[in-house]
Design a protein around this ligand. Structure first.
Ligand code: CA
Length: 232
């Protein structure tokens, strides 16, 4: 099966650099120059597992593309391509549903490592620790590890693959204080080289989906200066 990824980038030199390197790494790369084109291509190529989205684009921007993809697709992996000077872009991108970001300029090794990590997770092929089937029930939550879904009070909560991985980690470690480094290792993998901030932003987004009041979280609690705890 071809390993399909989509690259949305209006600057042809950067797009070319990405295409060459991902092709070399064994991916089949679909190219888009505008957000509209990317959405159209994703509609036709439903087997794309990871999308790389530039933010500044001539038509709709990368955040809007991300939002529209996430409205219908929670399983695809999304990486935002951000500029070094635009620190806020990272947080905004993650809050609109992206899983990760890469800061320009990036090296081929960094690019490939990020895409590889997300590709494995988007495919659900990451080896589950322990049992790979069954349910974890912690009312009001029910996590189904067979089809990777979460219910709260019997209602499905739509999660991205990364959010699902975070929930699974929490529900497998109830009441345990987990450091941000530990969470990064457990969810993103030991070989992942990203920033700790990605943990905070993903948890902030997850809280919006699972907490009764995200401003006053009771399920995922913060342990100041350390990390997080799943507990009541
Ligand atoms: Ca651009």
């Amino acid at each position: 099966m071809p390993k399909k990824v989509l690259v949305l980038e209006d600057e042809s030199s950067i797009r070319g650099f990405i295409v060459i390197n991902l092709t070399r790494a064994g991916y089949e790369v679909i190219e888009a120059e505008s957000g509209e084109e990317a959405l159209e291509l994703l509609g036709r190529h439903t087997d794309v597992r990871v999308a790389l989205l530039d933010i500044m684009l001539p038509g709709i921007d990368g955040f809007e593309v991300c939002r529209r993809i996430r409205a219908t697709n929670t399983s695809i992996g999304i990486i935002m391509l951000t500029a070094r000077s635009q620190e806020m872009d990272k947080v905004t991108g993650l809050m609109t549903g992206a899983d990760d970001y890469v800061t320009k300029p990036f090296s081929p090794a960094e690019l490939t490592a990020r895409v590889d990590a997300l590709f494995r997770r988007a495919g659900g092929a990451v080896a589950a620790s322990g049992e790979n089937s069954g349910e974890i029930s912690q009312p009001p939550f029910l996590l189904n590890t067979r089809n990777r879904t979460l219910e709260k009070n019997g209602t499905r909560v739509k999660l991205t693959q990364v959010e699902y991985s975070i929930m699974k980690m929490f529900m497998e470690n109830p009441g345990k204080a987990l450091s941000r480094e530990e969470i990064l290792d457990l969810v993103w993998g030991r070989d992942y080289f990203g920033e700790l901030k990605i943990v905070d932003v993903n948890i902030r987004r997850l809280r919006l989906k699972i907490e009764d009041d995200a401003q006053n979280p009771i399920y995922i609690t913060t342990i100041w200066g350390f990390g997080y705890k799943w507990g009541f």
